[in-house]
Ligand binder design. Structure first.
Ligand code: TPP
Length: 662
């Protein structure tokens, strides 16, 4: 039996739970009218859903609320004073003034809050549910979404992934009949959203979202099924948005009679009448509860309003972009390196993944075709056989959903890795990386140790969609670390370091190096520091700053140049965010000339950043402008001759000759 109907005490608690968010909202609407609150997305008329879900789930079940779900926070017992400070953008909220209203999580309350991008938290719920499933815990994750947001790709990826992996997830759709202004008939063609469950092979339910008890019962049933290992449920709660999308946007597009019709079904009044009619509370008791809430809300809001707006310094803001690194560098002894076997880059990557799985029980690998098949580049060959398919997991063909799920795993103590089949496909996971992974620590302090491996680059005749170098897309985003090793030794040590670091790391593996780069790689576990460049070849006449595939090109061009009487020093950056200005500056101090080289197109490429910083920081040492050499400003073409034309490799020697003789 659902616990909702078992005791009067519980029915009274539910009354308190549903009336509190309504009263807080009424207060917020007042503050908005007085100009003391900047924006408000109302959940009035929809409270039964947030309250019913939260009241029914266990305290250790994760909930991922959206913009109308104040009732999740109040029902979970989040400190109201702190909540008001957050809502009013004051000192002492949950985000230090860095994000607004409900855009925060509190892991103490097992709440993972939203980002603005609709649908983005749905795959995160999958990851949280997977964490429970992997540990054999009977916890569920409930993710909220509006009807409009069910059109987003993340919704489909998340529901499908949960279905395929039988994850204990409740997809809570609040069907309030409008997106921002777009009505249902312009949003989807299915009769009901719950019908879509059939297409994913899961259970779907339609529930009266304005009936608190019906909500509780449906949630209880879905959660019981999930806890019993029977997978996710798509719960469609029919409701209605009684106010505008947000308070400034009006309701002119909504037929007036709908308001009248739905006002009769108001979930708070309806439940209040039920408890009074059933003799569970008297009218006087109801009035007393409301009076008690009013006075505490008024007091706490006054206290919050009296506080200053958040204040900070550039240093403090920058310090919170990343979680403190957990990396303990364990560099191998030079003797271990001297006697180490020579292996290929691809073998070094696989070796690192094997070491990570063996050393860290919380490492989980996910990606397309990475289990029995071993990945298209064979980086994970043999790992699922050795460590099991629970830890080396094939995903469906999803990128956004997989990265989102990785975030969920990371929030609950795992260290997941996603292999993009080709780096190019990261475009389909872009939002999860640049908005969810990158910004969470800065916004509300959660650590996200997620490694995303990207086989990048061209030179293999693979055309515009399997050849790109995308470091420039990500080095611009605060909150991501970007690593681009050029040698097998670095690939292994830096990949293991990425697993340890405790922040989101994009790990760029150049496909051309997988089988061409060979070198000594010590057996066993070691890590290398993130943010430390190396001198790949010493020289005194010019500095080539490069990374990835640029390193062997630069070393080979420097050897040719040596025959002409000039010695170029090659600096392999190894990591691009952070990058090692000190090592570059030391080299330029010696050579007085610098060329920045990369395979990606030159315009707006990472070389622009290096060139700008070196020009400023090494100004007094430079005898010539810093040169940049990169791919042509075109997509990467398919045919061999055209691709060679694209690549900067053929232009490198001439550029170097010009530089050293300038
Ligand atoms: C990816 C994305 N696209 C567009 C928006 C702008 N936007 C914010 S809320 C909203 C409507 C959402 O409708 P629905 O999912 O039904 O939720 P509701 O607001 O009705 O609760 C839109 C279009 C956004 N925040 N994110």
């Amino acid at each position: 039996m659902p616990p909702t109907v078992t005791s009067n005490k519980r029915l009274v608690a539910l009354y308190r739970s549903i009336v509190l968010p309504r009263m807080i909202e009424e207060k917020m609407l007042n503050l908005l009218r007085q100009g003391r609150l900047s924006k408000w997305f109302s959940g009035i008329g929809q409270e039964a859903i947030a309250v019913g879900v939260t009241a029914t789930l266990h305290d250790d079940d994760f909930i991922l609320p959206m913009h109308r779900n104040l009732g999740v926070f109040t029902t979970r017992g989040v400190d109201l004073g702190r909540l008001f400070r957050q809502l009013l953008g004051k000192e002492g909220g949950f985000t230090k003034g860095r994000d607004r209203t409900f855009h925060f999580g509190t892991l103490d309350h097992k709440i993972v809050g939203m980002i603005s991008h609709l649908g983005a938290m749905l795959p995160v719920a999958d990851g949280l549910a997977l964490a429970a499933q992997l540990r054999g815990e009977k916890r569920v994750a409930a993710a909220f979404t509006g009807d409009g947001s069910t059109s987003e790709g993340d919704f489909h990826e998340a529901v499908n992934l949960a279905a395929v992996w039988k994850l204990p997830v409740l997809f809570v759709v609040e069907n309030n009949q409008y997106g921002l202004s777009t009505p249902l008939r312009e949003q989807y063609a299915a009769k009901d959203i719950a019908d879509k469950a059939i297409g994913y092979g899961i259970e779907g339910r339609i529930v009266d979202g304005n009936d608190l008890i019906a909500v509780c019962d449906a949630v209880w049933e879905a959660a019981e099924r999930a806890r019993a290992g029977q997978g996710p449920t798509l719960l469609e709660f029919k409701t209605f948005r009684m106010r505008g999308h947000e308070e400034a946007s009006g309701t002119a597009y909504v037929p007036k009679e709908l308001f009248a019709e739905w006002a009769k079904k108001d979930p708070v009044t309806r439940y209040e009448n039920q408890v009074i009619e059933r003799g569970i509370l008297t009218k006087q008791e109801v009035a007393a509860i409301r009076k008690e809430f009013k006075s505490s809300i008024d007091d706490l809001v006054d206290q919050a309003l009296a506080l200053p707006d958040p204040d900070s310094t550039a240093e403090r803001e920058l310090a919170d972009v990343y979680a403190p690194s957990l990396l303990v560098p364990r560099e191998p002894e030079p003797s271990a390196l001297a006697s180490a076997p020579e292996i290929r880059y691809v073998d070094a990557v696989r070796d690192a993944l094997r070491e990570a799985l063996a050393r860290h029980p919380n490492v989980v690998l996910m990606g397309q075709d990475i289990a029995e098949y071993g990945g298209v580049f064979k980086c994970t060959e043999g790992l699922s056989e050795r460590f099991g398919k629970a830890r080396v997991r094939n995903t469906p063909i999803i990128e956004s959903g997989a990265v989102g799920a990785a975030m969920g795993l990371a929030l609950d103590g795992f260290v997941p890795m996603i292999e993009m089949q080709f780096g190019d496909f990261v475009t389909c996971g872009f939002n999860q990386i640049v908005n969810n992974l990158a910004k969470t620590h800065y916004r509300w302090g959660a650590r996200l140790p997620v490694v995303v491996r990207l086989p990048v680059g061209g030179g293999v005749g693979a055309g515009p969609f399997h050849s790109q170098n995308m470091e420039g897309w990500f080095t611009q985003v605060a909150g991501l670390k970007v690593v681009a090793p050029a040698t097998p030794f670095d690939a292994k040590g830096l990949l293991l370091a990425s697993f340890e670091d405790g922040n989101p790391v994009l790990f760029l593996e150049h496909k051309g190096l997988y089988r061409s780069a060979k070198g000594r790689v010590p057996e066993g576990y070691y890590t290398l520091p993130i943010g430390k460049a190396r001198v790949a070849r010493p020289g005194a006449d010019a500095t080539i700053v490069t990374y990835g595939a640029g390193v062997p090109w630069a070393v080979s061009a420097a050897a040719t140049l040596a025959g002409e009487g000039f010695e170029a020093e090659v600096i392999d950056l190894r990591t691009l965010n952070p990058w090692d200005l000190a090592t570059v500056a030391q080299s330029v101090g010696k050579t007085s000339k610098a060329l920045v080289l990369h395979e990606a197109p030159v315009t707006g490429g990472f070389g622009a950043e290096v060139a700008a910083v070196v020009s400023r920081e090494c100004f007094r040492d430079l005898d010539a402008p810093v040169e940049r050499l990169g791919g042509l400003d075109t997509p990467v073409p398919f045919s061999k001759a055209l691709e060679e034309l694209f690549m900067p490799k053929a232009r490198l020697l001439d550029a170097l000759r010009r530089l050293v003789t300038s």
